[in-house]
Write a new protein. Structure first.
Length: 146
């Protein structure tokens, strides 16, 4: 699995979680500004739902998302020996977040947020057998903000 693809998906999911539940047209970036840290990054294989890998809990990955009130973000993903840093911009509606990494295409995701806990869910792919073959998966990332 390419770490870049994983990082972009993870970031997108994180940003998705910034949604409010008032049905409005957008979420104020001030409301989600801060540093968010993943407590779980769970991939579940679509064809075999019992096959799961949690990169944070099982593999010791560290994922941090910094959301600024000006609509910019920074993202760090560390899973030894690889480190990934990313930056760009984001926009939100009441049910989606669109992230645009610098120099890359935008991605839009759905989101759920409850106070200082964000849960991001999306479809993705993952190499469950560590054999270079990625299969369809769901990705659920849970983040907290102190």
């Amino acid at each position: 699995m390419k770490l870049r693809h994983l990082t972009t998906s993870a970031l997108a999911l994180i940003l998705i979680a910034g949604c409010d539940d008032d049905g409005g047209t957008g979420l104020d970036p001030d409301d989600i500004a801060g540093t968010w840290t993943a407590t779980s990054m769970l991939f579940t294989e679509v064809a075999a739902p019992n096959d799961e890998v949690d990169l944070v809990v099982d593999e010791g990955a560290v994922l941090t998302l910094g959301l600024a009130a000006d609509g910019t973000y920074t993202f760090t993903f560390v899973l030894a020996p690889e480190n990934e840093d990313e930056a760009g911009t984001y926009t939100t509606t009441s049910t989606t977040i669109t992230i645009t990494p610098m120099g890359e295409a935008a991605e839009t995701f759905g989101l759920v947020r409850d106070e200082d806990v964000m849960t991001l869910t999306d479809t993705d792919t993952f190499d469950f057998n560590d054999d270079g073959t990625e299969t369809a998966a769901t990705l659920v990332i849970t983040l907290t903000r102190p």
